[in-house]
Write a protein that binds this ligand. Structure first.
Ligand code: GLA
Length: 518
């Protein structure tokens, strides 16, 4: 509406009053959307996802910022027409740190009586409904950092002398995981035979906690997890161990309650429930604390110490995406394993990039101290069997934790044959923990080798290219002296070792995995 008009003074006053009234009735009043907004949408489990907007209204045009946990925000734009509101995030340039923001998140709805009722789509591919109400800048911004402990080395807790094995809910079930899913996974680990092979940790990832703590600050469960102690008892009754997940920040990555300022209390609660494993994910803490090796070590030491003080053996899994070389200080903070990279996706490019970037840090693996290139995607459907065999072979050669991330209740025979190849699991669990070495790189073919405790050498001939390749291995490049016997660990058959070299055709993105006895 054009609010400029030339007329006698008395009339101006009357017209201005009428216009003001009109403007406020239609929601057109200047500045009415200016300020900070708290958008809450139900997660369906008694918790709310909370995001914030800071809006500036100029006529019917809206500009501003979207805030998840990052105080820098993401630019937003939109329109207010009558009572109809449209808002959308402006995707940051590609390569931004928040992958969920690479596509715009849109919000559509109405603005009445000071409340925006909105339907949002685009965030992690879901549609959500909720209400936005006015809030303050303080509420929208992360809290001030808490004092951090002076650094000192925590003792070895004596756990996971070989890389931990088990299952985790995130890669398949993500935010939907329930108590029933976890019990089913425990049952499947036992009935499939995986538990017997060593897959014993049943790990609940993000989204088990309630939004509010109780009056004494104790962490509470949301409606998807009615009774954690009962769940732990069930998992233990199956001969397995139960893992849980939290963050040093106030919010986890899926915006559930984290341990910020409640580390000791939460560790005690986990111990009282009978928890055996904690994955501790940086998430919102990255927007409160600086990212330096000292700060990260202190953040994780705080929880590491709290876990050790409970007296219960609890595996401590660090997850801060490999920032600040956690392989150099993770053990000092009480860590048993530390993520070395960003999140894996069920896709060749992601797995290939992560897997082959780990070789140079393999020498940091020690009993109870493991590099963690993230959980397995085997069986989730985004890669073919050759690619999953590469995934499994690489993780085994790297002494990586073998944490299955698929739906165990619907495993194909092929998926089972990959996760449950005893020879490949044995490589992963080999007690000598010799680091894998890169022997050669011939075009797209990479040859990796690792010496086993029994004196044998395992060699992987990997084809990272998009065409089948012929690979050549000089026996002498991986073994001193005469070759006594060779076995193909995926074909489950002996390989003839006549002559000085071995030739194999390796399928696209595939692997030939050999165990060579001198
Ligand atoms: C981060 C972690 C993932 C998973 C999610 C849960 O992205 O790296 O492994 O735990 O958080 O929100």
């Amino acid at each position: 509406m054009n609010c400029k008009y030339v007329m006698p003074f008395q009339k101006v006053v009357t017209v201005a009053t009428v216009m003001l009234l009109f403007c406020s009735l239609t929601g057109h009043a200047q500045s009415s959307l200016n300020g900070y907004w708290d958008f809450r949408s139900s997660n369906g489990d008694g918790t709310y996802r909370e995001t914030f907007f800071q809006l500036e209204q100029n006529g019917d045009k809206l500009t501003g910022k979207w805030f998840g946990r990052d105080p820098n925000g993401v630019p937003m734009q939109g329109m207010l027409s009558g009572t109809n509101v449209h808002l959308e995030t402006v995707p940051p340039p590609s390569g931004a740190r928040t992958p969920a923001m690479s596509r715009p998140i849109t919000y559509d709805g109405t603005f009445t009586n000071g409340v925006m009722t909105l339907t949002s789509s685009g965030f992690r591919g879901t549609t959500i409904k909720g209400e936005a109400t006015k809030t303050t800048r303080e509420a929208a911004m992360p809290p001030a950092p808490l004092p951090l402990p002076a650094l000192h080395d925590l003792p070895d807790n004596g756990l996971v002398r070989t890389p931990p094995m088990g299952w985790n809910s995130w890669n398949k079930f993500a935010v939907k995981v329930t108590d029933a899913d976890v019990r089913a996974a425990a049952d499947e680990l036992v009935s499939s035979g995986m538990a017997k092979m060593g897959y014993i940790y049943v790990n609940i990832d993000d989204t088990w906690a309630a939004d509010e703590r109780d009056a004494n600050g104790n962490i509470k469960l949301n409606t998807k997890f009615p009774n954690m102690k009962a769940l732990a008892d069930y998992v233990h009754s199956r001969g397995l161990k139960l893992g849980i997940y939290s963050s040093p920040g106030p919010k986890t990555c899926a915006s559930y309650t984290g341990s910020f300022g409640h580390e000791v209390q939460d560790a005690k609660m986990y111990a009282s429930w009978g928890i055996d494993y904690l994955k501790y994910d940086l998430c919102s803490a990255r927007y409160i604390y600086k990212s330096t090796p000292e700060v990260h070590q202190a953040l994780y030491q705080k929880m590491g110490e709290a876990l050790q003080a409970t007296g219960r053996p609890i595996v401590f899994s660090l997850c801060q995406y490999g920032e600040n070389d956690p392989w150099k200080w993770g053990a000092k903070a009480g860590g048993n394993l530390w993520r070395t990279t960003g999140d894996i996706r069920d896709q060749w490019q992601s797995m290939d990039k992560i897997g082959f970037s780990q070789i140079d840090i393999a020498s940091y693996n020690k009993p109870g101290r493991w590099n963690d290139p993230d959980m397995l995607e085997v069986g989730n459907g985004g890669m073919n069997a050759d690619e999953y065999r590469t995934h499994m072979s690489l993780w085994a050669l790297l002494s990586a934790p073998l944490i299955a991330g698929n739906d165990l209740s619907s495993m194909s025979g092929e998926t089972k044959s990959i996760l449950m190849n005893p020879d490949v699991v044995a490589i992963d669990q080999d007690i000598a923990v010799n680091p894998v070495k890169r022997i050669t790189k011939q075009g797209d073919v990479e040859i990796l080798a690792r010496k086993m405790a029994d004196g044998s050498t395992v060699v992987g001939l990997f084809n990272r290219g998009s065409q089948p390749e012929d690979a050549t291995l000089e026996w002498s490049s991986v073994i001193a002296g005469k070759v006594a016997s060779v076995r193909d660990l995926w074909k489950h058959e002996p390989v003839a070792a006549n002559g000085a070299t071995y030739h194999a055709s390796v399928p696209t993105h595939g692997v030939v995995l050999l165990k060579i006895k001198p």
